[in-house]
Ligand binder design. Sequence first.
Ligand code: URA
Length: 217
Amino acid sequence: MIPVNAAARANVHLIDHPLVQHKLTLMRKKEASTNSFRTLLNELSSLMAYEVCRDMTLQEVDIETPLETMKSKMIDGKKLVFVSILRAGNGILDGVLSVVPGARVGHIGLYRDPVSLQAVEYYFKMPKNMEERDIVVVDPMLATGNSAAAAVTRLKACNPKSIKFLCLLTCPEGINALYAAHPDVPVFTAAIDRELNDHGYILPGLGDAGDRIFGTQ
Ligand code: URA
């Protein structure tokens, strides 16, 4: 078991709302069906989106109520991009988009080269004008941190206004690795589990998130 580096830990927003924790516990159970795992992930993702969006800037717009005109606040959802790390990241999209329906969506696909062990990109599709946008990268598990760090490196080349990382679960190894590569990227998570095992799985964790979302076990 390795400790979380103190500076890296300070960069992590642990979302400890009771509803989030309750749903995460139900998802961890090995007997949760594919259907209930996916439903819970949708619900949890929308709850976590509230926290990730807490510092979004608002603009005042003129509106008419049935009684008067007034200035009222709105966010510009179109400036936000959720970037899914394929394939498990797609499981988070429906939930976050239910809360920010105007957001754009990007996808990035990476695989680990068996010889070099480096992350290799096989898919990258983003909306236009990334330099005007705030990015939230989504992936249920921040495990080794390798694909997260590679995705963020690639996205930084698009010059976005900001990048955040949203996951369900992480572990000391993942937090430390992402922080070492990108100390400017805050992590939002519902739990920091004990450790990674030798196969790159988080313990106690919830198993293979992609398999559980898509029923491919
Ligand atoms: N990816 C998963 O799906 N599960 C883990 O525990 C780690 C990485």
